[in-house]
Design a protein around this ligand. Sequence first.
Ligand SMILES: *[C@@H]1O[C@H](CO)[C@@H](O)[C@H](O)[C@H]1NC(C)=O
Ligand SMILES: *[C@@H]1O[C@H](CO)[C@@H](O)[C@H](O)[C@H]1NC(C)=O
Ligand SMILES: *[C@@H]1O[C@H](CO)[C@@H](O)[C@H](O)[C@H]1NC(C)=O
Ligand SMILES: *[C@@H]1O[C@H](CO)[C@@H](O)[C@H](O)[C@H]1NC(C)=O
Ligand SMILES: *[C@@H]1O[C@H](CO)[C@@H](O)[C@H](O)[C@H]1NC(C)=O
Ligand SMILES: *[C@@H]1O[C@H](CO)[C@@H](O)[C@H](O)[C@H]1NC(C)=O
Ligand SMILES: *[C@@H]1O[C@H](CO)[C@@H](O)[C@H](O)[C@H]1NC(C)=O
Ligand SMILES: *[C@@H]1O[C@H](CO)[C@@H](O)[C@H](O)[C@H]1NC(C)=O
Length: 718
Amino acid sequence: MKLSKNMLKHLAIVVGICQNVVLEIPCPCFFNEKCRCNSIPIHTKIVTEIMLEVDCSNTRLQDIPDLPSNVYTLSLKKNNIKVINDYQFSLLSNLSELDISYNKIKRLNRFSFNGLSNLLFLNLNYNPLPYTERAIPIEVFKSLISLKQISIRHTCPYDKLLPEVALSNLKLLESLEIDIPQITPLKVVFSNSFDSLVHLDTLKVGICFLLEINNDTFYHLVHLKKIYFDIPCEISILPGAHHSLQKLHKIEMHYFYKYDVLSIADAIKELSMTPVQTIIFRNTFLHGTKENFDVWNILASRLNDSSVRHLQITENNPVGLFPESRIDPVPPSILTLNLSSNKLDQFVLELTNVQKLILRDNHLGDLLCLKTDDKHKGRNSKLEYVDISINNIYKLKHSIFQEHAELRYINLSHNHLQDVLFDVSRSNNLNLLDLSNNSISAFDQNSMRMFDNISLTSNLTIYLLNNSLQCTCKSLIFWKWVIGTRVNVLFDRRCLSEDGVVIQFMSINKRILELEKKCISYVSFIIIASIILMATLICIVVAVVHKYRWKLRYMFYLAKSKHRRHEAITDSKHYVYDAFISYCEHDNLFVINDCIQNLEMDRNFKLCLHQRDFLPGEEITTNITNAIHESRKTICIVTKNFFDSYYCMFEFNMARMESIYSRDKRNIIFLIFLEQILPQDMPLMLLELVQKDSYIEYPNDEQGDVVFWEKIDEALRQ
Ligand SMILES: *[C@@H]1O[C@H](CO)[C@@H](O)[C@H](O)[C@H]1NC(C)=O
Ligand SMILES: *[C@@H]1O[C@H](CO)[C@@H](O)[C@H](O)[C@H]1NC(C)=O
Ligand SMILES: *[C@@H]1O[C@H](CO)[C@@H](O)[C@H](O)[C@H]1NC(C)=O
Ligand SMILES: *[C@@H]1O[C@H](CO)[C@@H](O)[C@H](O)[C@H]1NC(C)=O
Ligand SMILES: *[C@@H]1O[C@H](CO)[C@@H](O)[C@H](O)[C@H]1NC(C)=O
Ligand SMILES: *[C@@H]1O[C@H](CO)[C@@H](O)[C@H](O)[C@H]1NC(C)=O
Ligand SMILES: *[C@@H]1O[C@H](CO)[C@@H](O)[C@H](O)[C@H]1NC(C)=O
Ligand SMILES: *[C@@H]1O[C@H](CO)[C@@H](O)[C@H](O)[C@H]1NC(C)=O
């Protein structure tokens, strides 16, 4: 129930749209379902009337449907209509546009257009309609009293005349599109019948045969301002032709009939004597190489004193268009120069007074150099508008726009730019910079500052659509700039994440917030990770230092002493002392009474005792290291006090290191236990030596003593 109610609502909305005559949504026409009708309100002086725009194009119609009187425009384009009956449109007095092009109409009837008193535009192009009196009756256009534009191009190309009498009835005609038949020589193309068309200012030529324009070609079309040979039509402009082009304003040409230097030079000279302001050479210079045939220099010299302001040379063969060296500067009168679609791969030209330069769709890459006139060096360039879109540009020279301070419009779209590296900082009036469809990921700080600077003096808009803008932590600054700057930046609501994923977004502010959050956690992640890394490193270092603390200390002291005493012992045979006695103060009686007596006096050993042999003024640790190093053996007098004494343990450990690192791991330590010590009370290192039998216990009785000292004697001689 609920569902069907909803459906009804939707249906009602759809019907409502079609009945709501003001909305511009085409619906099938009530008089013919194949046609689409669009209702439009037309405001007349008295009332607002609802009119119809009827589109019956491309519907395989054979006959023209019956139409209501409020049809305003009618397209019957691309159908199979063969005939327009008499009085076919007699009801359509409000029709203003009628398009019957691309049909199969072979002939018109005398009253075919009867009643079309308000028709402004009639298009009969592309019908097999010959220019004969039978096909186009003399009076057929008589009722078209308001017609401004008629198009009968591309009909039957084999006629020998124009339907000039029929056309002469169109007194208000402003624009004529027509083929130029192969008129018999000596007959004027446009005869005096055209004298009556006093409003005709535009002529578009369709099919034409080798038209030679001379002093009487347009003699009866004196009001012509614009002539378009915009289809492949070969013409030649003969000397004196400018007399028939007295009001010429704009001319577009395709081929030149006599394609050689002289005829082109003459033609351009002729044109330059008319008041023409716009010359279009589209698809004109196609033949390419001919020796010394440098179109540009011919044009430049022939247009030197002309009135031509707008020169367009498009869709031509680049070969021979510009000479390889000594390219003449742009003639001073020319303000607009359009060189699009010429496959140019080099452009070096003195721009003289050019304000608008269009180089769209060439192959300029980075071989681009916009020069200003050498003679006017120092004078400001006039260039305001430059279009270098679609040029395969990957990189632009930093200085490319520097000389052009007047620039207002720069179009660099459809290239492959990745950064803004060019300098426009002097163009204070820059209004529009189109960078859409490039590969820009973000602006750098310099560019942002530059654009901000320009926006102080100009309302700058930058197009950045269809680029690969990134939303990464690196580009966060850019996005913040985009929303904060006075520059209008147009961008798509999508960006690329770090891993190249396209992210769509609705609100840029929200996107920035998300990005900020992500980047903060990113930063904290980095910080925490570095702290952990540091801590781990410190732990490892501490562990290593701890493990090798004795070795390190040994090395340190050894290095220190070696530094002080270069004569340190290297020869194992020559030690200063036979033994270094390591003992603590508590046990010094034994050393002084027994050791010196028994070892030094009786057996002639040289002992090192810290009390007696250490150098005063030297650090104790250094003294110890030196003593161990300079003694063949180290004898430790071990009591319980030995373990508690810092220096005793130091001496023991240093001796251990000495044996490992300086004496090829030969044992140099000999322990004398003055008292009974349980293994569990001993440090591990000591225990190791005990297990190697490198010790002796002091017996402290007459007989034992003799054996004891003998054993030590033996140990010291080893
Ligand atoms: C068409 O124009 C005529 C006047 O030529 C006018 O009387 C008539 O109302 C118009 N028809 C429509 C449907 O607007
Ligand atoms: C065109 O030039 C020829 C001579 O070249 C001259 O006889 C003729 O009168 C001129 N026609 C017009 C319309 O000026
Ligand atoms: C254009 O005319 C000026 C003098 O009016 C002359 O100096 C210059 O060389 C001419 N340029 C060309 C390309 O003929
Ligand atoms: C820039 O050039 C491109 C391609 O030639 C064109 O489509 C676009 O409209 C131009 N941009 C502007 C702002 O005129
Ligand atoms: C901005 O403009 C000021 C003065 O107008 C200039 O000194 C400064 O160099 C400019 N900065 C940039 C980045 O162009
Ligand atoms: C600046 O230019 C933009 C786009 O052309 C326009 O929408 C806006 O109104 C302009 N602002 C000012 C202050 O002129
Ligand atoms: C962006 O690219 C798409 C196709 O890739 C194209 O249809 C669209 O016109 C482009 N938009 C602009 C502004 O260039
Ligand atoms: C740029 O435009 C071209 C069409 O001119 C299109 O093929 C291409 O995909 C576009 N590039 C981007 C990045 O949208």
